[in-house]
Design a protein around this ligand. Sequence first.
Ligand code: 46J
Length: 331
Amino acid sequence: ENGSAAAIPIDPRFDIAYVTPVTIGTPPQTLYLDFDTGSSDLWVFSSHTPESQVRGQRIYSPEKSSTAKLLAGHTWSILYGDGSGSLGNVYTDNFTVGGVTVTSQAVQTAQQVSYSFTSQSEIHGLVGLGFSTLNTVFPNGQLTFFDNAKSTLDSPVFTADLKWKKEGTYDFGFIDETKYTGEITYLPVQTDPGYWTFTSSGYAVGDGAFHPASIVGIADTGTSLTYLPAEVVTSYWGQVDGAVDSDYYGGYVFPCSSKLPSFTFGVGPANITIPASYINYAQITEGSPVCFGGLQSSSWLGVNIWGDVALKAAFVVFNGANPPTIGWAKK
Ligand SMILES: O=C([C@@H]1CCCNC1)N1CCCCC1
């Protein structure tokens, strides 16, 4: 059975993250989760999460679900690249997204969450859509929702149609031709260690010349911004009056009144253009004349990340066939 679910920005002012409604258990408990192609744990705020760490989030209570089963002796603990993290134990239960149901999905219940999760009341947990090799459950790693659902889908794919300051969609099992223009360009995916890793064929700043290059990076729906090699972001921000790479603000900032160029990245023989408006990410604080860029350097990260700032400029196909590929189309 195929499915389709909304990807809702958690903040109307700028696209920090997107959440998607899911139901867990019997009777169904609805939570809004962050679908994250950059990790592979499905974890939720739960009745096992200390009250001091819960601030408005909906929780999953396995004890209220007749189909919940404890996965005895199993634990998990995850640390994300941004320093956030969570840990806990594991149940299996019915898990439904946009009409696609997996019975006996591993649902990781949080017994601890870091402050950055406590402070974001709109995110009730994550659904990892990376490769299951990254799953942190011990002693037996668990399968992602997509890996479990794959065999029941018409096609072993899911697509991301994220939008700028608007609700988008995740589709499972099919490719909706009305959501993109032109052709989809498919690229090979490196599945080791478990991200959707692909190689971009280069970049251009605004209407400038295209610079052929091989930029290896991951497609990560769970990362807000886009992080690329220093030489790429330096050439981009070099075109913006008053832009500086600020230690104080932790990245490139610029006068909000500046006119930004667009940014184009190569996908094989094709390319995707990120509009300037997407790169004018947000004011430092409400009303500030200083704005934070949506394109930042990856040098301190050790990996290039095509996050939401890039993904929302395209229709992206995550093809879970063997071998997996990733497809990009304009829209
Ligand atoms: O922890 C993450 C991200 C954090 C934001 C949400 N997606 C997963 N990783 C991706 C980049 C390499 C290091 C691990």
